[in-house]
Design a protein around this ligand. Structure first.
Ligand SMILES: C[S@@+](CC[C@H](N)C(=O)[O-])C[C@H]1O[C@@H](n2cnc3c(N)ncnc32)[C@H](O)[C@@H]1O
Length: 257
């Protein structure tokens, strides 16, 4: 996948140049009224719009764009509507006032991490894709953009860059390690949510499920929680100790003895 950083207007391109240096993508100059579809040499553009970093597809109009925004109405509706009764809270093993310290080792766009932080957990987020990490960092550090309630949740989220397989070698342990490494299978692609479909196209298939589970188990003090599509096989060779099934997803819980 070919990605470029888009610069528009006559303002200084400091942040675009930094992004280009950090991620190794070229900067291209476009008019302020550009349409991503006029760009034919690249599959995606990274651009700042209204102080938000967005990833735009230059191809299929359906693919649209992606941005990490923790004020998203759907996400906040989920975080506010009896989240303690939802499967994600049950899978974390929240009881009474317990607030486990969590490592979300496959952070992606940070939505699950946000839900766990909204449950009061301290959540470290680990992401191995430099591009996804940049989008996530932008969403987490947009100062003055979010209201007080969301800002308080974001304070419980700490972002790290790296691959779990290496991170596990010298990290401290966490009460819970959370994994959501896989994208839904292709045949279900009609149902794949738009942002996940863009990520899937960009990152390709992830193949190291059993190794991930092994590293997660070494880092977890109490349990490993794996999010799966409802009908997907278990991540590794072992059966989970508990399963929480929802309408489209399932949480497999591996208890640490
Ligand atoms: C399906 S997405 C996670 C979506 C996330 N749960 C959310 O709510 O937005 C999977 C993410 O895990 C990342 N990932 C996969 N394997 C990883 C590894 N070994 N270490 C760190 N991140 C990994 C991928 O780059 C991708 O961004």
């Amino acid at each position: 996948m070919k990605v470029a950083v888009a610069k528009t207007g006559s303002d200084s391109a400091e942040r675009e140049i930094k992004l280009s240096t950090d991620l190794g993508f070229p900067v291209i100059e476009l008019s302020s009224s550009y349409s991503p579809r006029e760009v034919s040499d690249f599959d995606y553009l990274l651009a700042y719009r209204d102080s938000r970093l967005i990833l735009q597809s230059t191809g299929d109009a359906q693919s649209g764009e992606l941005c990490v925004d923790f004020s998203d109405a759907k996400l906040n509706y989920r975080a506010n509507s009896s989240i303690r009764n939802q499967n994600i809270a049950k899978a974390l093993g929240l009881k009474g006032g317990q607030r486990p310290v969590v490592l979300d080792a496959t952070a992606g766009l940070g939505k699950d991490a946000f839900l766990m932080a909204s449950l009061g957990c301290e959540v470290s987020l680990l992401e191995r894709s430099a591009l996804v990490h940049a989008l996530l960092a932008d969403g987490l550090t947009r100062t003055g953009y979010y209201g007080e309630e969301i800002t308080a949740i974001l304070r419980r989220m700490n972002l790290h860059f790296g691959d779990l397989l290496e991170f596990a070698a010298d990290s401290k342990q966490f009460d819970v390690v959370y994994l959501d490494p896989m994208f839904p299978e292709r045949r279900k692609s009609a149902k794949v949510k738009k942002d996940m479909a863009i990520l899937q196209q960009l990152l390709g298939h992830q193949t190291d499920g059993a190794e991930l589970l092994d590293s997660a188990t070494r880092l977890a003090k109490k349990r490993v929680v794996v999010k799966r599509a409802k009908l997907s096989p278990h991540l590794g060779p072992c059966k989970p100790d508990i399963e929480f099934k929802g309408s489209s997803s399932r949480y497999d819980v591996y208890l640490i003895a």
